[in-house]
Design a protein around this ligand. Structure first.
Ligand code: GLN
Length: 478
């Protein structure tokens, strides 16, 4: 099986070695073969994909220059709206929902020539770390099929890792791009908050949600991010900061780059195998000429509690709109209140209900100050830790996850165990900074480990620069 890259696709199309239609058909064939076992795709958008492929083939025939993602088969997480293509958020409550418009990120991908193959499985409303909260069954990790692919963007990670898409979009609220990237052994990036428009992303926690790419190498991550990034008047939180040419910027040498290693990210609870690989990764960074420095991020210990207060509070508010009146499922009853209760009772899964209850509680009049307000204050301290660190170093390196991909079912009985898997990722989410996971070897040659790289706000180029150099230096095969 060929591993396609973005440049590989463009070159093959330009040289007429393959047509965009043939390429899309080849990917659908791969999907038909592997998806029944992996469950990475929930929906295929064949009609839309072939129409786009034909437009690209017409461009090739006309000899006109090809746009940057011409013919590149891409998968989209099912919390991102796609016009006329069912978008369920992995939930029964939106089982039959067909959005009337495209998310800006999707629109930009297609405008750059990408071929949208379909929608990928995820934890319900992106709440989870293993993809086991999907109403449509779990995804299996292509590297070890008895294990989870990570979550919540498990389908997007698995699709790329299994060669069922060249790149994909996921979303990250507390780790949902970086952690599945790490579990499936591929690079995955969350840009700064505001870097990519959230228009058309179905909200989980609006102050944290971000859309970002998965691909098979750092270069393709950069190329995909470049296309989707930038100001969008439909999302007032999207930044007007210019979008650098990440692909060129990432080629800069990393010799002398100041890399901070926060002590707080190497405490107890980390798997031994993960620790060894990350230590080997840090050794490699030294050999590459980076200047390593131990740093302190004093409020790291409070990150999980803070995240699960703020994220659930926002979720309880965002999910109030699913009332059986305006969107999705309705379970009828003669009384309005009973209709609301029955609809939400039948439509939401257990984890979503748990979060709505938690979020409503921390926002309630009697507890607002003790939980939500306090959470916001601690969030500000965590963001300050990052700002302080970036006065001393250019990037920060940590493990992405304390553990490698775990077995299906291993953590479902204990929600707290599941939440703890996010210990190293939620900090950057709360601080709004960019973060990326890059492959850092495999435990026993089998289970991938991810090295996480954080950069200052809107410093994606430095993150990609280090990720690319680490990959070139052999980070994935440590
Ligand atoms: N695992 C975290 C959660 O369950 C993060 C999810 C996400 O980033 N969407 O909330």
């Amino acid at each position: 099986m060929t591993t396609w890259t973005i440049d590989g696709v463009r070159e093959a199309l330009a040289a007429k070695k393959v047509s965009a239609r043939e390429l899309a058909a080849d990917f659908y064939k791969r999907i038909a073969e592997r998806n029944p076992a992996l469950n990475a795709y929930l929906m295929l958008s064949e009609e839309r994909a072939y129409a786009q492929a034909d437009r690209i083939d017409a461009l090739v025939a006309s000899g006109k220059p090809l746009p940057e993602l011409a013919g590149v088969p891409i998968a989209i997480k099912d919390v991102i709206s796609t016009k006329s293509v069912r978008t369920t958020c992995g939930s029964k409550i939106l089982e039959h929902y067909v959005p009337p418009y495209d998310a800006t990120a999707v629109e930009r991908l297609e405008a750059a020539g990408a071929v949208i193959l379909g929608k990928t499985n995820c934890d319900e409303f992106a709440m989870g770390s293993s993809n086991e909260n999907s109403a449509y069954g779990p995804v299996r990790n292509p590297e070890a099929t008895d294990r989870v692919p990570g979550g919540s963007s498990g389908g997007s990670a698995a699709a790329v890792a299994a060669g069922l898409a060249v790149a994909s979009l996921g979303t990250d609220t507390g780790g949902s791009i970086r952690q599945p990237g790490s579990f499936c052994g591929i690079p995955a990036m969350m840009g700064s908050y505001g870097r990519v428009s959230r228009y058309g992303l179905i909200a989980f926690a609006s102050s944290l949600d971000r859309i970002g790419p998965f691909a098979t190498n750092a270069r393709d991550v950069a190329a995909t991010l470049k296309v989707i990034a930038g100001r969008d008047s439909n999302d007032s939180t999207s930044t007007t900061a210019p979008v650098p040419d990440y692909v060129t910027a990432m080629e800069r040498p990393v010799k002398g780059m100041r890399v901070g290693i926060p002590k707080e990210y190497f405490g107890e609870g980390m798997d031994d195998g993960v620790r060894k690989k990350i230590e080997a990764g840090i050794e490699l960074l030294k050999k590459m000429g980076c200047q390593l420095q131990e740093i302190h991020m004093a409020h790291t210990d409070y990150a999980i509690a803070t995240y699960y207060i703020i994220a659930t509070a926002e979720a309880s508010s965002n999910l109030a709109r699913y009332d059986g009146v305006r969107y999705g499922l309705r379970v009828d009853d003669s009384s309005l209140l009973a209709m609301y209760c029955k609809t939400r009772g039948a439509g939401f899964g257990a984890e979503v209900k748990r979060r709505i209850v938690l979020g409503t509680y921390v926002l309630s009049a009697g507890y607002y100050d003790a939980y939500y307000l306090k959470g916001q204050k601690v969030r500000a301290l965590i963001a300050q830790d990052f700002r302080d660190a970036f006065t001393k170093v250019d990037v920060i390196v940590t493990p992405t996850s304390p553990v490698p991909a775990f077995k299906l079912g291993e953590r479902t009985a204990d929600p707290l165990q599941m939440y703890l898997a996010d210990i190293y990722t939620v900090t950057g989410s709360l601080a709004g900074v960019p973060g990326m996971s890059v492959p850092c070897g495999k435990i026993c040659g089998k289970l991938p480990v991810g090295l996480q790289i954080f950069g200052p706000a809107f410093g994606e180029a430095s993150v990609l620069q280090l990720a690319h150099a680490f990959e070139q230096a052999g980070g994935a095969s440590l």
